[in-house]
Design a protein around this ligand. Structure first.
Ligand SMILES: *Cc1c(COP(=O)(O)O)cnc(C)c1O
Ligand SMILES: [Zn+2]
Length: 404
């Protein structure tokens, strides 16, 4: 397996055991906990000047801080997305500056490409011939694309509420699509049944690229924070507002921020803010209650599919990252979220997805509460392209016009 010099072990976040990444591929064999790639930052020979001399062409330009070298990467040129300044939004929110990190410009239109380039590269390095996952939609499409790129089979379990684009493109990429009635958790149950030993031979024992089952999704998604900080001339923004489902990106970006601080590239940590929809807000509710973990959400009533995650297993880690970074959590209703998507499209020209607009309406709410200040630099993550959610956005427009 080709790994970078600084990547020394997979550390279990529950029992703290260290494992050899050549042998342990996913969760901790001792306790079943989530594993996290651990780096010896003293072994990283990288400067801000060196990075400035490299083309801004893909997240693999940070290879010294990633598990695998660029030459091993199963890549479609993901990452290196623009940070778009949004003066109208900063005026309206009454904060210093607002930028949108536009992850819609990724190969399959969402930041899930960052996770799948990492996880599928790991699958290839571990000698797998098929990958599998359940997903709300975008990760499934991304997995099918990266598996195709690597010449692997993919098995993708989506809930029926997943969008047409995500289902269709999974199949266009050659993925074996299974649609489950219900939610992402139901798709997870089908995944478990289909891949259990003794089940249909064809589907048994694929290499999982599921959220927090593979350690390489959150770790490679951390590059969103490397890029953001570099694009802000190596200053950490005051706040990063992130549409939070399973929390992979939030945990990853917080990890990146602590690494940059340890490397001496920055001296502050950005406050990490989890934005959710009121119709499925287990993390925001736990944060408000001061709890250490979430309670599973039972009745999902949001059209924001990407964050309709009722039982985010990593919630203790998400809540810890929020607390450690001095951030927070917020939930807004679907109407406010979809209004925000339309407003950004009309005032800034940026196409934000329905799910992603939860970060915009969440930031409005945080500014109103005084959690974002008049001098703050605020970064909103547009995790996916607006055109993945055309139906939701256009029908909201129709509903709004009818009401006027
Ligand atoms: C998956 C997804 C999210 C949530 O990501 P997590 O890291 O699992 O919290 C947010 N937005 C979009 C568009 C997504 O596809
Ligand atoms: Zn463990």
């Amino acid at each position: 397996m080709r790994t970078t010099d600084a990547f020394v072990a997979l550390r279990c976040v529950d029992c703290d055991a260290r494992h050899d990444p050549g042998e342990v591929t996913h969760r901790c064999p001792d306790c079943g906990g989530i594993t996290d790639p651990e780096y010896d930052l003293d072994a990283v020979d990288l400067t801000r000047a060196e990075l400035a001399s490299r083309p801004f062409d893909s997240l693999w330009r940070y290879e010294e801080l990633l598990p695998f070298p660029r030459e091993a990467a199963v890549s479609l040129g993901e990452g290196a997305t623009p940070l778009v300044e949004c003066p109208t939004l900063s005026d309206r929110m009454g904060v210093g500056t607002v930028h949108i990190k536009d992850e819609g410009r990724n190969p399959t239109g969402t930041f899930k490409d960052r996770g799948q380039t990492g996880a599928v590269t790991a699958a290839v390095e571990h000698g797998a011939d098929a990958v599998a996952l359940n997903s709300a939609g975008n990760a499934g499409q991304a997995a099918a694309a990266y598996a195709a790129r690597a010449g692997l089979d993919s098995r993708v379990f989506l809930p029926d509420r997943a969008g047409f684009t995500q289902k269709a493109m999974t199949e266009v990429h050659g993925g074996d699509l299974r649609v489950a009635e219900g939610e992402i958790t139901d798709a997870g149950d089908e995944y478990a049944a289909a891949t259990a030993s003794g089940a249909d031979d064809d589907a048994a024992d694929p290499y999982s690229t599921k959220t927090f089952v593979t350690p390489y999704r959150h770790d490679v998604k951390k590059t969103m924070a490397y890029e953001t900080v570099e694009q802000l001339d190596w200053t950490a923004p005051d706040a990063i507002v992130y549409p939070t489902g399973g929390g992979v990106g939030l945990v990853g970006m917080h990890k990146a921020a602590t690494e940059l601080r340890e490397l001496g590239f920055t001296d502050a940590l950005p406050g990490m803010y989890a934005a959710q929809a009121e119709g499925c807000a287990p993390v925001a509710r736990a944060w408000e209650a001061g709890a250490e973990a979430h309670e599973p959400w039972t009745d999902i009533t949001t059209a924001c599919n990407g964050i309709a995650v009722p039982d985010p297993g990593a919630s203790p880690w998400i809540l810890e990252a929020i607390a450690e970074s001095g951030g927070g959590a917020v939930a807004t209703d679907d109407r406010a979220i979809l209004d925000a998507a339309v407003e950004v499209a009309r005032t800034e020209g940026v196409e934000v997805g329905a799910t992603c607009a939860s970060a915009v309406s969440g930031a409005f709410e945080l500014a109103e509460r005084g959690e974002l200040g008049a001098d703050d630099t605020v970064v909103l993550l547009n995790t996916g392209a607006g055109n993945k959610d055309v139906d939701t956005l256009r029908s909201h427009l129709g509903a709004t016009e009818a009401a006027e």
